[in-house]
Write a new protein. Structure first.
Length: 278
């Protein structure tokens, strides 16, 4: 069997075609899975398809005709009704770093990152100094960095404490960390309007939840009134955490998911190191 150059080109075109379709579905599902409204839409679409198949198989004429109208005009109605959610999804895909994070941290770098952040939060908690620290992951926070005060400094607990110290001009904004470096301070984030949040929570907590609703970042908060520590991930707020809770959640969230099997031993080593330090 002779394989010509034309055959090779044709195979490559099909591989590229399938890969592009797979990437589109992957990024759509990646950003939709944490959005409750859009998840319900997909469940509804799936239900309509099942009902359409059933109506065709059993000959349910009236139901089939009704479903045809739903399939014909439904997409337009969904676009109009869920315009804000669709816009947010497209913005997230546009901000995504397709090749992953700009820097993959080593075990030692992750260990130091957690150590510095936990140390700063412990000091801020004791002094009841408010703070909002955001760790960028796959989705870029470039829009917020552009409007904030650039720092580009090595991460340290002392620097974080000084940024949030009362009367500091950058005290009221948030700090964005990229990799193991502080990129900027004084960042302003969108606040969440979720009805699930306690009405007594302040702007920092709502901003933490808001930015994690729009991106895949990790947001850490220290309450200025109570000194309580919280973490927001994927639009969910974990409130009133202990310092050990913060450390364990950071270690878990910062571990590369693709290396989960190999990182089990590293994870245990990190726990032992922190236990020795404490």
């Amino acid at each position: 069997m002779n394989i010509t150059i034309t055959d090779v080109v044709s195979i490559l075109e099909k591989i590229i075609d399938i890969s592009l379709v797979w990437m589109i579905f992957y990024y759509m599902l990646k950003h939709i899975k944490n959005n409750v409204k859009l998840s319900l839409i997909f469940k509804g679409v799936f239900l309509v398809i099942i009902l359409k198949v059933i109506s065709s198989y059993f000959g349910f004429t009236t139901l089939g005709m009704l479903l045809e109208y739903v399939i014909m005009y439904g997409p337009l109605a969904l676009i109009i009704i869920f315009q804000p959610e669709i816009r947010n999804i497209l913005e997230q895909i546009g901000r995504s770093q397709l090749l992953g994070r700009h820097k993959v941290l080593t075990v030692d770098e992750r260990e130091n990152l957690v150590y510095q952040i936990v140390g700063a939060m412990e000091s801020l908690r004791k002094a009841k100094i408010g703070a909002l620290i955001v760790l960028e992951r796959d989705i870029s926070l470039g829009n917020y960095i552009d409007k904030a005060k650039k720092i580009y400094a090595d991460l340290s607990s002392d620097l974080l404490i000084s940024i949030f110290f009362p009367n500091n001009p950058l005290h009221d904004g948030g700090v964005i960390i990229q990799g193991d470096r502080i990129t900027c301070a004084g960042a302003v984030f969108p606040t969440s309007s979720s009805s699930k949040l306690n009405k007594r929570l302040g702007t920092r907590h709502r901003a933490a939840v808001g930015i994690t609703e729009e991106t895949d970042c990790i947001a850490l908060v220290v309450s200025e009134e109570t000194g309580r520590m919280s973490i927001a991930i994927k639009g969910e707020l974990f409130y009133n955490l202990t310092i050990d809770d913060v450390r364990m959640m950071l270690i878990d969230e910062l571990r590369p998911k693709q290396d989960s099997l190999q990182d089990e031993d590293d994870y245990e080593d990190e726990e032992e190191i922190y236990e020795e330090d404490n």
